[in-house]
Structure formats: structure tokens, C-alpha cells
Design a protein around this ligand. Sequence first.
Ligand SMILES: [Zn+2]
Length: 201
Amino acid sequence: MVATWGATGYGGSMDSEQYPEFRLGNVLMTSFTATLSERYGDAIERVPTPQRLVDWFRVHDLQVASCSETELEVSRDLRESIHLVATAVAANDALPLEELLLINQCSESGSASPELTSAGTMRWRLHTESVSDALAVICMNTVSVLSGERGGRLALCASQTCQAAFFDTSRNRTRRWCDMNTCGNREKKARFLANKRAQRN
Ligand SMILES: [Zn+2]
């Protein structure tokens, strides 16, 4: 795939500008699943290398020392499992058991504690600064979001090529797109053009 990405990559590595930038959100689980976007169209992999995944963790305040190719693969497997389970939750379907098992295993196999910073905010301390510690934190967030512990509604993006799970905390719970700046805008433009065409005919 040939494409030019926005000039502002997030994260610390020197070569971050050649990669698709991260989509930041305030829910760790859906930020993680959004590292692959356009799943049902021309998919965009936003963590194409182990270092890029380390960068993604750092942007989310998870200090991971290093990542191997195998750990990147494990992380992507977990990401897709979370995506499938979240999709089932949003659609009120039975949860896929194999994927559920992987989430619970990853949740158990890492070690991290929540800490209070001097600014009064919470941050995770990863006990071994490993990928598995960071994945455990993502799984804890996933369990909390998917079990309905938080006030909000899990929904799927209305864009057919995206269908990403997102967490709707809008007042009326009527949000339709995972991201207003990307999917929302694209749909609005498409509607606008369709209307124009209809007016011409
Ligand atoms: Zn979307």
C-alpha cells in the first residue's frame, strides 16, 4: 500500500513519521483495537513494527522496555480477539470463547499496579516493563469496559469498511462513528455529494 501519512507521528522513535499515526482516544481498549483500522476495507496497520508498538505503549503511559517480533504477533492476536469479543458485546451476540480465553490469559500473565501520581491522576506501574505487563493492563481495561462497569454504551462504527467498536459516552448515547474526524467526516462528505448528484438529476 502506498500512502502519505500526516507529518505528525506520535511517539518517540526517530522513524515514526514513516508510519501511520496513532488514533488516540480516552479508552485504552478501543485505542488499542484502533491500531488496525479499516478492517473491512483497505486495512491500515498502525503498529507495523515492534518498536512502533513500544511507541504506542509509551504514548499511553505504559513504559515498556522492548518488544520482540513474537510479542508483536501476540499483541496483534490479542487485539483481534478483543475486537471480536467487543463486536459480540455490541451486537448482543454470544461471546466467542476462544478469544475470551486469550483475553483472560493475557490479563493473568502480566503484572502491574495502579499508582496515584502527585498530580492526583492514576498511572500504571508495569512491574517488569514487559509487553505482557502492558497487555495485562489493556485486558483489565477491556474487562472493565465490556462487563459494563463504566457508564457508556459499546457500539460499532456505522462505516461499513470500519465497523470498529467504540465506547459511546455521549449524553443520548447516539454516537454513530468511531471517530468524527475520520469516519464521521467521510460519511458526511459522501452524503453531501450524493445530495448534490440527486439535485442535478
Ligand atoms: Zn469508524
